[in-house]
Ligand binder design. Structure first.
Ligand SMILES: *[C@@H]1O[C@H](CO)[C@@H](O)[C@H](O)[C@H]1NC(C)=O
Ligand SMILES: *[C@@H]1O[C@H](CO)[C@@H](O)[C@H](O)[C@H]1NC(C)=O
Ligand SMILES: *[C@@H]1O[C@H](CO)[C@@H](O)[C@H](O)[C@H]1NC(C)=O
Ligand SMILES: *[C@@H]1O[C@H](CO)[C@@H](O)[C@H](O)[C@H]1NC(C)=O
Ligand SMILES: *[C@@H]1O[C@H](CO)[C@@H](O)[C@H](O)[C@H]1NC(C)=O
Ligand SMILES: *[C@@H]1O[C@H](CO)[C@@H](O)[C@H](O)[C@H]1NC(C)=O
Ligand SMILES: *[C@@H]1O[C@H](CO)[C@@H](O)[C@H](O)[C@H]1NC(C)=O
Ligand SMILES: *[C@@H]1O[C@H](CO)[C@@H](O)[C@H](O)[C@H]1NC(C)=O
Ligand SMILES: *[C@@H]1O[C@H](CO)[C@@H](O)[C@H](O)[C@H]1NC(C)=O
Length: 666
């Protein structure tokens, strides 16, 4: 059961009434009736009376102890050419990981309306586009099922919520949207290359297809596909359909939808549907394939999708079925390679079936746990490693993409969160741990659309030290090294000795003279603060304007070509992306949109897209030009030993009139 939004209404009123009186730290725990064991609460919010809503929860759990004896070294012998590597995935896009935004919170995240687009979001997405070429976002979830078009809403809002509907067991209010929803999306796409998925309401077969009609008309090519039904295997359990409703009924209703679309004059594109989007809860995907779904609907399906969360926090969130789960007890299961593998294994058959049918296979909605995730897990560095490993594992298993879910203020797992409406004047945005996973994924696969990945079963298939190799355009391009172990003593840091060619590969020695390394780092798997990628961070809660901050640090590791080895140290915990062939892309600025003029006060202020792109000065392109002409003098070849690593070359940042300019000075 997926997307949740348990107590939006009640939590909101509670939040408002407590806003100025509450001393936060224990708040989330009280609201959810949890008495988590083994937790220490640390609270460190910025100024302003802010209760700890789940999106800002600071729970710190106790990480599992390091395995004994620790891994300190292992070797990886890699084929230089993809042609010699059986089992490589299909080619993947840097936009492999994207986001699924719950329909009911679209306005909180994207912007209030088409003239109030959220600038921090544009900046965040700009970082991804810069690396991957595009970003894929779905607006949908449980709340898409009852979403209803309306001509107008108060104050020019694009989205509003209706009172909770008895048909919806997660008490998610029905959503009202106007034409402006499409203009928000379209205006975002005119600034950042965002491609969208929308969902057709499937609450009954008296289909309301205005979402398809207007979506196609207004978004054009920026609308990739339309999801027909969200987790139909849960319709009966959630009383959206009679108890006897089953796969055959779903097939029939899907057929009705297809006929309806075929006869609809204002839906020109009739073959861009997404299904069956089963949660794999009450039906397996195979039950749907066995009913002939793909064969029957192959001409109208553009994507075969599933949705799944590895766990749920429904009992704590709103007294949902099941029993209370104690986050401390659940934590360890996220902190090793089995997590991603176990999630992906049930879909290996389906991904092969989709591939054989020539359809992309996607994980359309996922995150750490349904019903909002877990405090102390969903927003920690542990989740960053988990989501990245899971993402790679899906790519290796021939999925073509996966979307991490974004809920409202009352969930723990958001990749990004706007400040509560009332606090936009004194708070910035918040980036969640999983945003870093998406960022690293964009660099892992890049822009070529030619990256293929393989799980190396590294270190005797040790579940705490997984590794992947990525081939781009047929040659070894990158190696991804994980260390899930939490050990501040350094005793569980390891050194991976990478050999390209030579040894048993049957290929000539091919290790380069040096490799570049970017680290994904934090002090512990249990922390959500100070997560860095190549030493840069978006900032902690309420500090995020969407730009990476700090000095970019790319480590250069010389290889020993005589012994054909490159030694890469990976801290515990940590992750290293090793660029074997070619440099990390850092020539251009990461920056797409400035917040210089659009300060935090202006998160909800009018932004004329045309102005946004050029005014504050200049477009991302112009800015990077400036970066490379104005600061040529900064610090060439600054080098220092960092964390005892082999050697370092940094790129430096510089500030000018509020612009952060990145420049590669190697
Ligand atoms: C489906 O949703 C629409 C829009 O919210 C509503 O008008 C209709 O009554 C719903 N159908 C059922 C069976 O609840
Ligand atoms: C967007 O919202 C603002 C503030 O609520 C309102 O003043 C403006 O008219 C709205 N814009 C449109 C196009 O509806
Ligand atoms: C942005 O939204 C407005 C509606 O508020 C619309 O008139 C305009 O065409 C949109 N611009 C783009 C590029 O979609
Ligand atoms: C794969 O799915 C097909 C279609 O449902 C089914 O017939 C087959 O038994 C499945 N194979 C495995 C190994 O699960
Ligand atoms: C993914 O597809 C490639 C190419 O068809 C194939 O060689 C590989 O075995 C597939 N991987 C999995 C896990 O099915
Ligand atoms: C917060 O919002 C509510 C309504 O949404 C409003 O009544 C209240 O005055 C606001 N408080 C502040 C500090 O803006
Ligand atoms: C990669 O794929 C995207 C989406 O299909 C496309 O827009 C882009 O041009 C492709 N890039 C390259 C280098 O082919
Ligand atoms: C996060 O980084 C800041 C700045 O370097 C530092 O002052 C703070 O102590 C760090 N917090 C934690 C929990 O590591
Ligand atoms: C990492 O970033 C911090 C904060 O921006 C900076 O002080 C430090 O010098 C950087 N380290 C390197 C090696 O660039």
């Amino acid at each position: 059961m997926a997307s949740l939004s348990p107590p939006i209404l009640s939590l909101k009123s509670l939040f408002l009434s407590l806003l100025f009186t509450l001393n936060h730290a224990v708040f989330a725990v009280t609201v959810y009736g949890q008495t988590p064991l083994g937790m220490t609460m640390t609270s460190s919010l910025a100024s302003g009376p802010v209760p700890t809503l789940p999106a800002y929860d600071k729970t710190v759990l106790i990480p599992p102890g390091p395995p004994q004896p620790p891994t300190t070294a292992f070797g990886l012998e890699l084929q230089p050419q993809a042609a010699s590597v059986p089992g490589l995935s299909i080619t993947q896009s840097g936009a492999f990981l994207g986001f699924s935004i719950e329909m009911s919170v679209v306005n909180q995240v994207l912007g209030k309306n088409s003239s109030h687009i959220a600038v921090p979001l544009l900046n965040l997405l700009g970082n991804l586009q810069h690396r991957a070429g595009s970003v894929r976002i779905r607006c949908g979830g449980n709340t898409q099922e009852l979403a209803r078009f309306t001509d107008q809403l108060d104050n020019g809002a694009a989205i509003a919520k209706e009172k909770g509907n008895a048909l919806n067991p997660t008490q998610t209010p029905a959503v009202l949207y106007t034409m402006d929803l499409f203009y928000i999306m379209s205006n975002i796409s005119s600034l950042v290359n965002v491609k969208w998925y929308l969902g057709i309401p499937f609450n009954d077969t008296n289909f309301d297809l205005r979402i398809s009609e207007y979506g196609q008309a207004i978004l054009g090519d920026n609308l990739l596909a339309l999801q027909a039904g969200n987790e139909p295997d849960l319709y009966a359990r959630h009383q959206k359909r009679p108890e006897t409703w089953h796969v055959a009924d779903y097939m029939r209703e899907f057929g009705d939808l297809v006929s309806f679309i075929n006869n609809h004059p204002n839906i020109p594109i009739k073959n861009n549907l997404i299904g069956p989007s089963v949660a794999s809860a009450d039906w397996t995907p195979e039950m749907v394939w066995d009913a002939g779904y793909i064969e029957t609907f192959k001409d109208v399906l553009s994507i075969i999708a599933v949705e799944h969360y590895p766990n749920n926090n429904c009992f704590a969130a709103f007294g949902g079925s099941g029993s209370l789960k104690i986050p401390q007890d659940e934590f360890a299961a996220y902190l090793n390679h089995n997590a991603g593998r176990d999630l992906v294994r049930p879909y290996l058959n389906s991904s092969a079936i989709a591939l054989a049918a020539g359809k992309p296979f996607m994980m359309f909605e996922t995150n750490t746990a349904s019903c909002g995730g877990f405090p102390g897990i969903s927003d920690t560095f542990g989740a960053t490693l988990w989501a990245l490993d899971y993402g790679y594992q899906m790519a290796y298993a021939n999925f073509s993409g996966a979307l991490f879910h974004v809920g409202g203020q009352n969930v723990y797992y958001n990749p990004f969160t706007a400040p509560p409406t009332n606090q936009t004047a004194f708070h910035q945005w918040t980036v969640g741990a999983i945003f870093y996973s998406v960022l690293v994924m964009t660099e892992s696969f890049g822009k070529s659309n030619q990256s293929r990945i393989i799980d190396l079963n590294a270190n005797g298939d040790n579940i705490f030290t997984p590794a992947y190799a990525i081939y781009d355009q047929d040659v070894l391009s990158k190696v991804a090294l994980f260390n899930y172990v939490d050990d501040a003593s350094g005793a569980s840091d390891y050194t991976a000795t990478i050999s390209v060619g030579g040894g048993n590969t049957g290929a000539p020695n091919s290790s380069p003279a040096e490799v570049k390394v970017k680290y994904l780092a934090a002090s512990s798997v249990s922390t959500g603060v100070n997560i860095t990628w190549a030493n840069q961070t978006f900032g902690n809660a309420f500090e995020v304007d969407g730009h990476l901050k700090g000095d970019l640090e790319i480590v250069t590791v010389p290889c020993d070509q005589a012994s054909n080895t490159c030694q890469i140290r990976v801290p515990a915990p940590g992750f290293a992306l090793v660029f074997i062939n070619g440099n990390p892309e850092v020539e251009e600025s990461d920056i797409t949109f400035s917040t210089t003029a659009f300060t935090k006060l202006m998160n909800t202020a009018t932004v004329d897209p045309a102005v946004l792109e050029t005014s504050n000065g200049m477009s991302g392109k112009d800015r990077s030009k400036m970066g490379s002409t104005s600061f040529g003098s900064i610090d060439n070849g600054a080098s220092a030993a960092i964390h005892g690593y082999v050697s370092v070359v940094t790129a430096v940042t510089s500030m000018m009139a509020g612009w952060i300019l990145l420049r590669h000075v190697i």
